[in-house]
Design a protein around this ligand. Structure first.
Ligand SMILES: Cc1cc2nc3c(=O)[nH]c(=O)nc-3n(C[C@H](O)[C@H](O)[C@H](O)COP(=O)(O)O)c2cc1C
Length: 582
């Protein structure tokens, strides 16, 4: 394996704000990885916080004919084409294999086709359809199905594996029989930017590998299992060349084994919610993803079905049958018959014990808005959140609203279980635990346009140097997604004898996306989070680390500024009788 180049897009002598570099490495015979390294990217979709940047990997395979597997993000346009043309004249590329059409991998397809219009694009039927909308120009194409082969000569015979929903409906894997490399794009990837081409350091990458799985693959655990079953039919796989992060080589068995375990556990989960949506409408993918994130926060498994893909109606019935909650994302005026049939199947298999939530994308203002919800309601289902109607380009607030709606649904379907768990403590222990007391605080946070708040009493100083404290934040709190490592927030201290109104306000049940500060006197702190006018003191804080404590995160933060407004007053204290609630 030979490192060929390592180029930097920043100007010499200056530190670029966003560091973009590119690495080309010969990873096997006739096979070069072109890895676009996006060191500083801190967000992938609004809800997916990244701590270690990411990479977009593309691969060049030269047999007698030449194939390029995926391209890169458009932000790498100059660097990517400089690098590619250093390796090959783009017009000499015969095939462009599209693993899937998400812009971070296919953002430069249009440019490539303009430079080399004779390239044949190879992809699944859905990918080719998506691509037509993306490039707006005729191009040569070859649609592949599971098991189809493409011979580049010189032993490089590619075999294709259909892997829908990993994580887009159009995904294919490509296996080179000569090098035994499987190209999987999003699957088995991770958002982790490193100069190491491979997974040499398992302990460094495993957390990001798992986080990525949970965000993107877990909701499609069944599709992961189907794809892995197909992978098992291939000859031995020596390396998995993913689209994000280091390639799997040293720990291939271990990491694929984890995918298998997680997916098997996920499909065995006690409580599952099914999300049934149509990806071809606007922003449905990301809306469904945000709702998923909100549900997963409550410890409930999610299975996502794209009704615009190939749907087995029997499997659909079986899935709906075992779900405790359903989410349907539709365009209200969809007339596609196969989508309508799938939707009728969902409706026909739903039962009154389930909860339902609907989101609608597209459609005009004059469209009838709630007929679908009414149908589910008539079937006896409980409505988990008000219909989310998306008529305009979603904003960060829209995605946050979807996340909160998902959490409400998750909480609804686990309510009985939570009450049971609460009552399961022995009375003595419960009372003893209740003697642990705390103060009363309101945590406030603002990230971009999204703000949130919560009342907290599980707050305790944790260090002098640096000045730091911990807060236990329930995993399903709305504010939790604004308290990732590096996020800033304000700790407002409530005053003895003067906390009731604020406590009452912030304990209200807010509907998804509601402005929690309406009617509350605030002023912005330097970090943007609201300082409450009636707080006794406030501190500006930054999250340093988070420890998994079962149903809560212990969030350790440092304090870098603060002020007391009423030096003579005391902090409000919260005494409890029992320890099974706050
Ligand atoms: C006295 C009291 C103390 C609380 N302390 C905490 C806490 O330390 N951590 C936490 O996650 N939730 C705590 N809660 C619960 C949340 O404040 C409350 O349920 C929340 O505002 C609603 O959840 P949401 O923001 O996710 O909608 C406390 C609740 C009460 C009544």
């Amino acid at each position: 394996m030979v490192l060929l180049t390592d180029k930097n897009q920043g100007q010499e002598g200056t530190t670029p704000v966003k560091r973009l570099t590119i690495q080309t490495v010969e990873i096997d015979q006739d096979t070069t990885a072109i890895r676009s390294l996006d060191w500083n990217r801190d967000r992938f979709d609004i809800e997916f916080g990244l701590q270690n940047g990411t990479t977009y990997n593309s691969f060049l395979i030269c047999g007698e004919q030449t194939a390029l597997v995926d391209t890169s993000h458009e932000k790498f346009r100059q660097l990517y084409f400089d690098t590619l043309t250093g390796l090959i004249n783009p017009q000499d590329i015969d095939y462009l294999i599209i693993s899937h059409t998400e812009p971070d991998h296919s953002g430069l397809v249009k440019d490539l086709l303009q430079k080399a219009p004779d390239i044949t694009v190879v992809g699944s039927k859905v990918a080719i359809q998506f691509l037509e909308d993306l490039v707006h120009q005729p191009f040569k194409r070859r649609i592949v199905k599971n098991g189809d082969r493409l011979d580049l000569g010189n032993g490089h015979e590619f075999e294709f594996v259909i892997a829908p929903n990993l994580h887009w409906p159009d995904t294919i894997f490509s296996f080179d029989h000569k090098t035994q490399i499987l190209y999987t794009c999003d699957a088995f990837g991770m958002h982790y930017c490193t100069d190491s081409t491979f997974d040499d350091d398992l302990s460094a990458i495993e957390k990001d590998f798992q986080y990525y799985y949970e965000c993107l693959m877990g909701p499609n655990a069944r599709s992961v299992l189907s794809a892995m079953k197909r992978m098992a039919e291939l000859k031995t796989i020596k390396m998995i060349a993913t689209g994000h992060g280091p390639l799997l080589y040293h720990n291939l068995q271990e990491l694929t084994g984890r995918y298998l375990n997680w997916s098997q556990n996920q499909t065995k989960a006690e409580t599952t919610v099914g999300i049934f949506y149509v990806s071809e409408y606007g922003y449905s993918d990301r809306l469904a993803q945000s709702i998923t994130n909100g549900i997963v926060k409550t410890g409930v498994a999610v299975e996502v079905v794209d009704l615009s893909g190939t749907v087995d109606l029997q499997e659909l019935r079986e899935l709906v049958g075992r779900c405790k909650g359903l989410v349907v994302g539709m365009n209200p005026i969809s007339s596609n018959t196969s989508i309508q049939t799938a939707l009728s199947t969902v409706l026909g298999s739903a039962t009154e014990k389930q909860a339902i939530g609907i989101f609608e994308t597209g459609g005009g203002d004059d469209e009838p808005t709630y007929p679908l919800l009414n149908k589910f309601r008539s079937a006896g289902l409980t409505v988990a959140f008000p219909v989310i109607e998306i008529r305009e380009t979603p904003t960060e607030n829209t995605y946050k609203k979807c996340e909160e709606a998902g959490t409400d649904l998750g909480q609804l379907v686990t309510k009985e279980k939570s009450i049971k768990a609460m009552k399961s403590l022995s009375a003595d222990l419960d009372k003893a635990l209740g003697r642990i007391s705390g103060g009363l605080y309101i945590i406030t946070a603002k990230k971009g346009d999204v703000s949130s708040a919560m009342l907290a009493s599980w707050v305790s100083q944790a260090s002098f140097k640096p000045l730091g404290f911990s807060i236990a934040v329930a995993k399903d709190r709305a504010i939790e997604s604004l308290m990732q490592v590096g996020d800033r927030f304000v700790l407002n201290v409530l005053e003895e004898g003067n906390y009731q109104a604020l406590m009452k306000h912030f304990l209200k049940r807010f509907s998804p996306g509601a402005d929690r500060f309406e009617g509350v006197k605030t002023q912005p702190a330097e970090n943007g989070a609201p300082i409450l006018g009636d707080a006794l003191a406030y501190m500006e804080c930054e999250v340093v680390s988070r420890m998994d404590c079962g149903d809560h995160w212990a969030v350790y933060s440092t304090v870098y500024a603060g002020r007391v407004s009423k030096p003579e007053s005391l902090t409000a204290v919260h005494h409890r009788k029992v320890g099974n609630h706050y």
